[in-house]
Design a protein around this ligand. Structure first.
Ligand code: DGJ
Length: 715
């Protein structure tokens, strides 16, 4: 850790630079976050800062640029405050000044730490600004109440500045079975807020809040985005001031009294992550590289899953699930997951959440015989839980009604007939933990699907009724961590009615996310590519569902369903007992193809072409060494201009030559396909040509696709 003597600091790693002003008495102010500007000497850094300071007239009301990463009203900032809080109405307008600043090189990245104080208020603040080896940036702050009177924290939001060339904001919304719907708008003066107030990010959560140059796409246009690594209430803001300052900020939404600091106590904010890129693929790549560098990143091949939910729903019994497991194993499935419906009295979604013991009426010999059969078949055994929930119709609710959240008006409105179990009660926590530990141990469970189907709403901790949302998130993390510690190798999937809890907070404890309950490939194409802006393919659960989607009732050919499932952590979620032999054989071929290529799919660079034809998509994964790639060309609608024209294959090494071949893991050629001449023989072209001019695409019916396998021929 080196103390900083100058007034400007440059952090560099992974193609990213941050240049920050760290002059004495002020909090760090970032003047550049984005492309690496190379090694700059002190004179150049000072000149950058000098040339970046704006003209400020006599009557300037608004704060002169740049603003600290924690903006303060006391310094003239009229936007969203960095820190909100008070001691019963005093100490409400803090003014922190840096006491010391240091820079450390750590794990291939660089971290700037600024320790600041507000001596008058008796508050101290530590800010960490880090550029990780992946080029991802992150910040967090720790606030300490140094004084006797308690200090109530109402919010702590940090900000990353973006340049005025970022004129367009991209964020996401969604609903059940249709997560990650993009919305774009001009970056107007004011604040564009995206809030999650339901105790989890939620189905409509934006995950990323991005701003970029007009029309930025996957391959071009500078774009910046932030993400909060937190699975609870939160706010993300894109804020632009008349002064030309614009930034992306985020922080926890702290409910009244959730964080009250006694003397000496501290609050540490969640990490605020920031990524940038020339195009969204580069931005996403930094998240992927970072997540892939984590020690807990799953290193084993992602086992192909068979999940019972859409196959049999609540219709469980040993004979049926054993038969299903046998069918799956024969097709190459490697992990069998028993979804909802196995515990005491759970014959529908109206009862039993909280009663985590195996239902003797359905499973007279327990789940052991099934788990054993699954293992005999060479598969791992997985089980579904919804640890944070409770049905009023359950033994648990009858015994411990005080463990149901209640802010003073009773248990509140049900959602899917359920309520939230307040894990802030140590008894409730122990009840769930002990039940899960017992089952994971007895059944040798390799995998937990961890669901979360109700928002927290007025989640008061009994008997006081004080807000309990924040503690609930921390307790969920604690339980995940305890399970993982007690059962090394145990994997956990984060599911919340689909993609309602996907963030870097929960990903630190889990190994897979469930992007959506929608297995319809038409929708999945979009949901997966947007979820993929942060989540690498090996973490995204992607299942082959039934021909008629259970959520949209569209009917799709098996090849399209399988092709869209190919790209993530593959699973099967259809009733194999009811499928004919031809279908089973095709499912088996796709599983075999996935297993053959998952090394590439789960380690390579994810790319998308920006195609002029809005009814077409081109996605791919390129091997790290550039020697191989797999692409899918898909048609989503029936466009007016036809044939679809050329598609570029991004991400290849421009200096190498590649052989492009169409591959058909399932049916040889989609019905109705009309193919261009090159496709019969394959074609060999330099990567530069494939990435720039591209190749003629086949004419396909809507909701069909074709795979191209690309291999370097100059090796
Ligand atoms: C909601 C999940 O998203 C589904 O995948 C399934 O696990 C059901 N819950 C089970 O109740």
């Amino acid at each position: 850790m080196n103390a900083v003597d100058g007034s400007v600091v440059q952090l560099r790693a992974g193609g990213t630079s941050i240049i920050a002003l760290v002059d004495a008495g002020r909090l760090p102010r970032i003047v550049h976050w984005g492309a690496d500007l190379g090694e700059l000497d002190d004179a150049a850094l000072s000149a950058i800062v000098l040339s970046a300071l704006p003209a400020v007239g006599d009557s300037a009301v608004s704060y002169p640029q740049p603003v600290p990463v924690l903006p303060q009203l006391a310094e003239g900032w009229l936007g969203r405050p960095g820190l909100s809080g008070s001691s019963d109405g005093t100490r409400w307008a803090p003014k922190f000044g840096a006491a010391s600043t240091s820079v450390e090189t750590r794990d291939g990245g660089q971290i700037l730490r600024c320790d600041a104080v507000d001596a008058e208020y008796g508050l101290s603040l530590s800010i960490e600004i880090e550029v990780l080896a992946s080029g991802l940036a992150r910040q967090r702050a720790t606030l300490v109440n140094e004084r006797g009177e308690s200090y109530r924290v109402d919010g702590l939001e940090l900000a990353f500045p973006v340049p005025v060339t970022a004129t367009e904001v991209l964020d996401f919304t969604g609903r059940w079975s249709l997560e990650k719907v993009p919305q774009r708008r001009p970056f107007h003066i004011g604040a564009w807020l995206r809030e999650s107030r339901g105790g989890k990010p939620g189905l409509e959560h934006t995950m990323l809040l991005a701003a970029g140059e007009a029309g930025f796409g996957f391959q071009s246009g500078a774009v910046w985005a932030v993400h909060l690594g937190w699975s609870g209430n939160q706010v993300l803001a894109a804020e632009r001031m008349p002064s030309g300052v614009q930034h992306l900020s985020a922080g926890e939404i702290i409910l009244p009294g959730e964080v009250t600091l006694a003397a000496g106590e501290r609050y540490t904010s969640p990490w605020l992550y920031g990524s940038w890129g020339n195009g969204l693929d580069e931005l996403a790549g930094r998240f992927h590289n970072e997540i892939r560098s984590w020690p807990q990143h799953p290193s084993s091949p992602r086992p192909v899953i068979l999940n019972t939910w859409e196959a049999v729903y609540f219709n469980h019994d040993l004979a049926t699930l054993s038969a299903l497991a046998e069918k799956g194993a024969a097709l190459g499935v490697e992990r069998f997951v028993v979804d909802d419906g196995w515990f005491l009295g759970r014959r529908s979604d109206r009862t039993s959440l909280g009663d985590w013991t195996v239902d003797p009426a359905v499973w007279p010999m327990g789940l052991e015989p099934l788990a054993q059969r699954v293992r005999e078949l060479g598969m791992e055994f997985g089980l579904w839980f919804e640890p944070e929930m409770i049905n009023l119709d359950s033994e648990l609710a009858r015994t411990h009604p005080e463990w149901i959240f209640d802010a003073g008006h009773g248990a509140g409105i049900p959602s899917r007939y359920q309520h939230v179990l307040d894990l802030g009660h140590e008894g409730a926590y122990a009840h769930v933990r002990d039940a899960m530990f017992a089952l994971v141990g007895a059944l040798d469970i390799a995998y937990i699907k961890w669901d979360h189907n109700r928002y927290l709403l007025d989640a008061g901790h009994s008997p006081s009724g004080r807000p309990g949302a924040r503690v609930q998130t921390l307790q969920a993390y604690r339980l995940m961590a305890e399970l993982k510690q007690a059962f090394p190798g145990l994997e956990i999937e984060s599911c919340a009615s689909g993609g309602g809890r996907i963030d870097l907070g929960v990903l630190a404890h889990t190994d897979r996310v469930w992007p959506s309950d929608c297995n319809d490939p038409h929708e999945r194409l979009e949901i997966q590519r947007w979820t993929g802006l942060m989540v690498p393919p090996e973490y995204q659960g992607t299942h082959i569902g039934a021909a008629e989607s259970h959520t949209t009732h569209r009917i799709h050919p098996l090849d399209y369903r399988a092709e869209k499932a190919l790209w993530g952590h593959l699973g099967v979620e259809l009733n194999l007992l009811e499928e004919d032999e031809a279908t089973l054989a095709t499912v088996g071929s796709w599983i075999a193809f996935h297993r053959e290529h998952r090394g590439l799919l789960h380690s390579g660079r994810v790319v998308h072409a920006d195609l002029p034809n809005a009814a077409t998509r081109l996605q791919g994964v390129v091997a790290r060494d550039g020697a191989e790639a797999l692409y899918a060309f898909s048609v989503t609608e029936r466009p007016a201009n036809w044939p679809p024209g050329r598609v570029t294959l991004p991400g290849l090494d421009g200096e190498r030559s590649y052989r492009v071949s169409a591959v058909f893991p399932g049916t040889p050629l989609p019905e109705g396909a009309v193919v261009p001449p090159w496709l019969w023989s394959g074609v060999t072209l330099p990567g530069r040509v494939l990435g720039t001019i591209g190749i003629e695409a086949p004419s396909l019916d809507p909701d069909t696709s074709m795979l191209f396998h690309v291999t370097a021929v100059d090796a």
